[in-house]
Design a protein around this ligand. Structure first.
Ligand SMILES: Nc1ncnc2c1ncn2[C@@H]1O[C@H](COP(=O)(O)OP(=O)(O)OP(=O)(O)O)[C@@H](O)[C@H]1O
Ligand SMILES: [Mg+2]
Length: 241
């Protein structure tokens, strides 16, 4: 369980997330959605301990991140929105390289299953610089989840990928959730989130403005649209709910 208590984030003088509190339950699959610039990626970076909160505290199973950072890092796999790969390495070399950086030994069965579901063997010998956007996303995902983490945090893992690749990615994430992993997943595609998530987290105006099931969102939808009338994008997202 990950708990945020009165957490906020500033970059220099710019307030990026206003104080908020929320809990991510173990084993839940949380779909995160909201307009550009609402603070979704910043939230995920805080959750993944890539960034530290300016105020407030985040705990993992009751222990503050600060006091258990190695345990937190071990438990969490993070896939960034910006692709972070070595262009000159082949896919195979890329995977070996990132595995070799891990402190614990790579779970070969897990890795083989991930490679198979994402069909990465098809491009094993290709250098990353020569891959299309969709393949890069898949390699980025594979590298982020190499260590078989119990909590998987993914920032727009299907941005710019074609429908077939999207299906492969969603299939793999579904498998992970069925195995009992916790998923935190950012997307701009409501239908995609619906396939994967049993809980939704809606961001606007530098904070989470809704957390809960689809049923709860259906009930609160018109109130949210009314309260955030100036956010046309929110209205667009919620029209599909
Ligand atoms: N390192 C940084 N320094 C300064 N400002 C930042 C930094 N990172 C993010 N921001 C700002 O914080 C705000 C929220 O950014 P964030 O990336 O969290 O939004 P987002 O909801 O993920 O948007 P998108 O849907 O476009 O990915 C934006 O105004 C952004 O410019
Ligand atoms: Mg983002």
């Amino acid at each position: 369980m990950i708990e945020f208590k009165e957490v906020s984030k500033k970059y220099k003088r710019k307030q990026v997330l206003d104080p908020f509190s929320l809990t991510i339950r173990e084993g839940s699959s949380v779909g995160i959605i909201g307009p550009n610039g609402a603070g979704k990626s910043t939230f995920l970076k805080l959750a993944a301990s890539i960034e530290r909160p300016s105020n407030g505290e985040i705990t993992f199973s009751g222990t503050p991140y600060k006091k258990s950072i190695s345990r937190v890092r071990k438990a969490i796999g993070y896939v960034p929105q910006d692709i972070a790969l070595y262009e000159e390495l082949t896919v195979k070399e890329q995977i070996s390289f990132w595995s070799s950086l891990e402190k614990q030994k790579t779970d070969e069965n897990f890795l083989a299953k991930m490679i198979e579901t994402l069909r990465l063997h098809e491009v094993f010998g290709e250098r990353v610089e020569r891959l299309s956007g969709g393949w890069r996303r898949k390699v980025n995902l594979c590298v982020g989840l190499l260590r078989n983490p119990s909590v998987c945090m993914l920032d727009e893992p299907t941005a710019g990928v074609d429908l077939a690749a999207k299906e492969d990615i969603i299939d793999w994430l579904k498998q992970l959730h069925q195995e009992g992993k916790t998923l935190l997943y950012i997307s701009h595609d409501w239908y995609e989130l619906k396939k994967l998530s049993n809980e939704f987290l809606l961001f606007a105006d530098r904070k989470p403005i809704f957390q809960g099931s689809e049923e709860k969102l259906m009930i609160e939808k018109s109130k949210i649209i009314k309260n955030y009338q100036e956010h046309k994008e929110l209205g667009r997202i919620l029209q599909y709910v």
